[in-house]
Design a protein around this ligand. Structure first.
Ligand code: NAD
Length: 510
């Protein structure tokens, strides 16, 4: 790969610990490269264990002795509302950084990712306003008392995100943690940390949060991430990433019996019911499979279609796939940019070869797009396989690239069984004219989100998370709030019969 050195000094991004931007204790750095061009974008401080220690200590102090965990719902709502407004002001700048560092088409980062990040902050500004108090019903116990649940922040949260969807992922982690009064040590992926750094810069400039509430450490997952999740000063881990790393995170969490939420990989099925209008649904199916070049945890990469509709659907999918414009992520006309890295392309190409070896047949794509503009980045063609066996590795493993498997079924029970025959259970979609049939299928799919006649659309009020090996716990909305709070039962005695009486009979009616 040819790298293009910058003409001016490379922009440098330090760590953010206890309200101060600082370099790593050992001076280590790494560089960030734009996948589409190989251009060096920035140098970033790479945290050492000593830096992680300082970040956790700062978050610990901000939690144990600072005002933030005890701030009122109105105060937290005001902070999140102000941050929402700042995000709106910086939306285009963030969308551009996200597009450059992730190779994500700028149309996606602008109209989806940053918009979603704004909506997440707005939603949690509203949720933060809810009182952390839930009255409990009376039970037939002898004492008369007033019982309620008081929801409290958990403590120091280690938050780790992957390189895809970065601006939305960062908002997805930070907004609920802040809405509930937690403090945070945040670690983005070192392949795409710049959007998160920009977001933290915005938080710092806002001067809305006490120091130590948000801390940012960057660096490799195998060192910085692993050290952070194993840190005894961390109370909760919120991790988004691969199932493989998620397992390691869970082991680390088990050692300290830390609270943990895991948002992991997927291999989402798209079930096309025999009554579906193929002309209407073709673009939706391709959107589900190829958006951000298939580098989405919830990508709908297995389409189940009835044998009677198979040939027509394949013909339509192939025709539309040929119209997908691959190119520069910064061009508003681009539908699909490069993959995140050359290593990722090698992995995807290995799956394309494997699919053929397993007996599946490519009907479109399978190679690299030709032309000078594609030479500097890890571009790959959107690829569709037919004659796929649902038990093959092509259909079972998360490829994280634009590779779509079409699988035939003869009856819907069979389709449902195959859709559920996977280690994953993050999302699914159902395509039909009969909404009741669609809902009935949705109820039987083992996945955390099921779209009917739509796909990939995320609602910050809705719980998001996986069944099976797609994760543990739910993020977003009121369900997400539960994962960032402890529920404390408070019992207030209303009869004052205890004095001078040691035992239980003090509470009995006289
Ligand atoms: P990854 O698991 O390799 O890395 C994710 C993050 O974990 C990165 O910040 C990385 O530095 C860090 N990390 C790596 N090893 C670690 C360790 N031992 N301990 C702690 N942290 C460690 O994933 P990726 O390649 O960055 O992203 C792609 C994956 O993320 C896909 O599997 C995708 O499905 C998944 N993903 C899931 C969701 C979701 O909400 N379910 C969202 C986006 C991406």
């Amino acid at each position: 790969m040819e790298l293009h050195p910058p003409t001016t000094a490379l922009e440098h991004h330090p760590l953010y610990i206890d309200g101060v931007w600082c370099d790593a204790a050992d001076g280590a750095t790494f560089t960030v490269t734009a996948p589409a061009t190989g251009e060096l974008m920035a140098s970033v401080a790479s945290a050492s264990p000593a830096d992680v220690d300082r970040a956790v200590a700062a978050a610990r102090t901000a939690f144990d002795s600072g005002p933030w965990p005890h701030s009122s719902p109105a105060e937290r709502a005001r902070v999140l509302t102000d941050l929402t407004a700042m995000l709106e002001e910086r939306a285009f700048a963030l969308a551009e950084i996200d597009a450059r560092e992730g190779g994500v088409p700028i149309r996606k980062t602008t109209y989806n990712d940053v918009t979603l990040a704004i909506e997440i902050f707005r939603t949690f500004a509203e949720i933060a306003r809810r009182p952390p108090y839930e009255p409990l019903p009376w039970t037939d116990m002898p004492s008369v008392s007033w019982n309620f649940v008081w929801r409290e922040p958990i403590g120091v949260c280690a938050q780790i995100i992957p390189w895809n969807y970065t601006v939305a992922m960062a908002a997805w982690k930070l907004a609920p943690a802040l809405a509930t009064g937690n403090t945070v040590v945040f670690k983005p992926s070192s392949l795409a940390p710049l959007t998160s750094i920009e977001l933290v810069r915005m938080i710092n400039e806002s001067d809305l949060l006490p120091r130590g509430v948000v801390n940012l450490v960057n660096g490799p997952g195998a060192s910085v991430g692993e050290y952070l999740v194993g840190h005894p000063g961390v109370d909760k881990i919120a991790f988004s990433g691969s199932t493989e790393v998620g397992r390691k995170v869970m082991v680390a969490a088990a050692q300290g019996l830390k609270k943990v939420t895991l948002e992991l990989g997927g291999k989402s099925p798209a079930l096309v019911l025999p009554d579906a209008d193929l002309e209407t649904i073709t673009d939706g199916l391709l959107f589900g499979a190829f958006y951000h070049a298939g580098q989405l945890c919830e990508a709908g990469t297995r389409i189940f279609v009835h044998r009677s509709q198979h040939d027509e659907l394949v013909e339509r999918l192939v025709a539309r796939t040929r119209q997908i414009r691959i190119g520069d992520p910064l061009d508003l006309e681009t539908d699909m940019g490069p993959l995140i890295s050359f290593a990722q392309r090698e992995k995807v190409e290995a799956y394309i070869q494997l699919g053929q070896a397993e007996g599946a047949r490519i009907v479109v794509g399978g190679g690299r797009p030709q032309g000078e503009q594609f030479e500097r980045g890890p571009y790959i063609e959107p690829t569709i396989f037919v004659d796929v066996d649902n038990r093959s590795r092509l259909a079972q493993e998360e490829i994280f690239g634009p590779v779509l498997a079409i699988i035939c079924y003869d009856d819907i029970t069979d389709a449902l069984r195959m859709a559920n025959e996977t280690l994953f259970g993050l999302a699914a979609s159902v395509w039909t004219r009969d909404l009741q049939a669609g809902i009935a299928i949705a109820q039987r799919i083992r996945a955390g989100t099921v779209w009917i006649n739509e796909t990939l659309v995320l609602n910050p009020n809705a719980p998001f998370g996986g069944y099976k090996q797609s994760g543990i716990g739910r993020e977003m909305g009121l369900y997400g709030i539960q994962e960032y709070t402890e529920a404390k039962h408070i019992h207030v005695d209303l009869m004052q019969k205890r004095q001078g009486r040691l035992w239980w009979d003090a509470l009995l009616p006289e």
